[in-house]
Design a protein around this ligand. Sequence first.
Ligand SMILES: C[S@@+](CC[C@H](N)C(=O)[O-])C[C@H]1O[C@@H](n2cnc3c(N)ncnc32)[C@H](O)[C@@H]1O
Ligand code: SF4
Length: 389
Amino acid sequence: MNKSKNLLGLYIHWPYCESKCPYCDFNSHVNESIDIDLWIKSYTNQIYQMKEDIIEYNLNYDGLSSIFFGGGTPSLMPLEIIESILNISYKLFNFNRDIEISLEANPSSYEIEKFVDLKKLGINRLSVGVQSLNSKNLHFLGRLHNVNDVYNALDHATKTFDNVSVDLMYAFHGQDINLWIDELESFLKRYDLKHISLYQLTIEKGTKFFTDYKKGLIQLIDNDLAADFYTKTNMILSKYHFNRYEISNYSKINFECKHNLNYWNSDNWIGIGPGAYGRLWTSNTKLQRIEYQNYKNPKSWVNQNVNYCSFEKIKMLNTYDTDVDTLSMGLRLEKGFRISRLIDRKLIKSKQFKTLQDKKIIFEKDGFIVLSKNYLIKLNSIINFLMND
Ligand SMILES: C[S@@+](CC[C@H](N)C(=O)[O-])C[C@H]1O[C@@H](n2cnc3c(N)ncnc32)[C@H](O)[C@@H]1O
Ligand code: SF4
């Protein structure tokens, strides 16, 4: 680590949703009644503890560079909780002048007044979980909203916020590629979006889709067709001036998600709330990273934190784990990662590196290691190849 100031982000997890989507393996649970005061106390205790730790570890930072309310569905969060978290974090950490404060919202939990109130509280980036632009596919995904809800939510979101991002999922078995391209294009024409996260549907263990898949009730898309979806989608996005700066993330110039860049660049962030994790460099010279892991179950998390802060696990990451993280996160980015961020460069085997360099799969540029755009899709196998003789 160099002597310049470090970036510091804050992630807040809100674990509740109106219903559980059949594909989702995030730490999300169907809404239940909560005691707002207890939740405020628990979040607050965690923020105070993190401030103490950051002083102890001598982390050199200016103020928070980003805050991200993620979930679950944080647009369902009581406003008092959001307000308390923002007030306390400002008091303890201060905010950088250009801080990005994002919140994830679902079109089905949308209320115009809430968007305006969220903006008044300081949220300056809204990430809307659109997921699909087609009511049939929204139904397949088990979402509670339809396409009219999407347009309604986006009309208000783009009027209220300058910086609006959407999450979309595509490339399902049976999805019509031409229809998808038309839907995407008319959507991009209609709204001045700054950022898009775009995911191909994956079937995760433990979800309803996984059970359905095992029973043969749903199928995976054919690889060639998935590649076709990917190529055509990229063409449309670049036509509308979206740059793919990370495997699944696209933005207009200067609207990359600062908070997520923190993860991909292996910087520092605090993670509070059920299941959230945080990582910090422990000092400017020791080159060690510490990881904080929260209790996953919402009730256990509140009970464990309401009187004083308690993490489920805190561990020092060893050099190998730290470097694997730097490599695998950094190569996801279009610009790659700074070689000097590796503590032990021997993680990358030089013979393997040269093989990939000769094939123009990987290259070095201005002190960064970069994966060629066309190979981002093969990231995992390339990382394995680089690390093993
Ligand atoms: C934490 S979730 C978003 C929160 C918000 N509640 C929502 O549903 O819009 C982050 C994003 O991951 C994506 N996602 C979740 N599960 C996925 C899966 N199995 N395959 C592909 N994308 C998935 C969705 O696009 C989702 O918006
Ligand atoms: S609304 Fe979002 S977080 Fe909640 S279950 Fe659905 S995908 Fe998961």
